[in-house]
Design a protein around this ligand. Sequence first.
Ligand SMILES: Cc1cc2nc3c(=O)[nH]c(=O)nc-3n(C[C@H](O)[C@H](O)[C@H](O)COP(=O)(O)OP(=O)(O)OC[C@H]3O[C@@H](n4cnc5c(N)ncnc54)[C@H](O)[C@@H]3O)c2cc1C
Length: 492
Amino acid sequence: MHTISIIGSGFSSLSAACYLAKAGNKVTVYEKNDQLGGRARILKHDGFTFDMGPSWYWMPDVFENFFLDFNKKPSDYYSLEKLSPAYKVFFEDFKAIEIPKSIEEIIEVFEKEEQGSGENLRKFMSDAGYNYKVAIDKIVNRPGFSPLELVTPETVSKINQFFTSISSKIRKTFKSPKLIQILEFPVLFLGAKPQDTPLFYNFMNYADFVLGTWYPKGGMVKIVEAMVSLGKELGVNYVINSNVSKINVEKRTVKGITVDDKFISSDIVLSGADYAHTETLLDNKYRQYSNHYWDKKVFAPSSLLFYVGFDKKLVNVRHHNLFFDKSFDNHAAEIYDTPQWPKEPLFYASFPSITDNSVSPEGKECAFFLVPLAPGLKSDKDLVDSYFKVLIQRLEEQTSQELAEHVLFKIPFCVEDFKNDYNSYKGNAYGMANTLMQTAFLRPGIKSKKVKNLFFTGQLTVPGPGVPPALISGKIVSEQIIKKALKILCHD
Ligand SMILES: Cc1cc2nc3c(=O)[nH]c(=O)nc-3n(C[C@H](O)[C@H](O)[C@H](O)COP(=O)(O)OP(=O)(O)OC[C@H]3O[C@@H](n4cnc5c(N)ncnc54)[C@H](O)[C@@H]3O)c2cc1C
């Protein structure tokens, strides 16, 4: 048995903790905040419960596979509902489109919007489905040690898809600007512009339209609770309010961590905290990546978030709503090309109390607003308030109802909060983007090249941002720890 200390309690850490404990190790997770789950914490206020981070439950197969590794299933811990419609998209012409829950119904919606697009969508999804299978079966579970991991008969046959952008393919195949925006939306989860995302990533469209959008009753926090409950069954120890201030190394070998001035001896240290931050816990000579390295990387956006309570139920909205009623290209340029506060922001609004009456008091609505922002932007109260007014006004116009007078409270969360609460590099919300040059072996590595027995997991390493990738990241790193590091230790 080896003593393994895990820094942070995001999904990747929670996942790794389960695998490492199952393999017979003594595992302790140290989280600086007062709740487990990383960015998937909850906020409770005046009878409302907010998921503070992720809200889209996509790729249910990844969650099933995770629990299956422990002879469990998600339904042992939480109940899932497939949302119907999956989401609603608002446009400038005030004619919103709802995405139904099955691909056949979605094809009908497409056909109504653009003649002939239904058949094109069917072909596009057939390719996307193939890519999903290749990605899940052959690529995302690789540790990112070598470019050869990407070379399989399936990927070689698709090599052109790594050098064509998903945007160019979508724009060649579909003419309706609305359908183009809907199809370009899923890759935003990967953190980069569709113009900079390889076509191979159209597997996200398969995840969206074929696998569907699900909701765990009680909110995304139910996944956290499930994984912690499983971890406890396996013997994992969780410690909250425990800030790791140093990774202790002697002669290039990890010796433990310092938690609030107390040294914790450890055979292996695994960090699921933001990678760039983790490196600052090491003496300079043990860091692998320079400030310049991090500065040059394309980070996924940060966000301006609002957790809002309304004193009434809303009309004309669904559980998930995308406000694409302003220029997508302008907002994307303000995130990636010339970082600045967006002049006319696109935004996402979620009203989970439409599906789940346990998250708000009766007759009231629980709302979450998200405006993607360039990482590193500065904000102040007046600026944040002015954005809230814009969002409420646009929501009122698009849904034909009075809302400003019905806001019970609004709690903002912005770039500085991401830095303070999660030690997030430049306040990124969901890690490092999956561009071609930041894929697989080109991402920061899961194993330190400078310190023996120090490992990394989470959204800045492989496979990338999102809850399902975090679960996979925890599994990948645990396999490496179990296979390699423990062998090394046994020989020491
Ligand atoms: C607003 C928002 C919306 C999102 N929406 C979705 C979505 O709908 N669907 C989806 O799949 N994904 C979504 N994501 C992305 C997803 O939430 C993340 O990719 C994933 O949760 C990241 O998990 P992680 O394991 O990398 O760690 P994180 O969640 O980043 O957790 C790291 C933990 O480490 C802790 N930590 C940091 N430093 C220290 C230290 N020194 N000592 C101790 N602890 C430390 C932090 O407090 C944090 O709890 C969203 C993210 C955000 C922020």
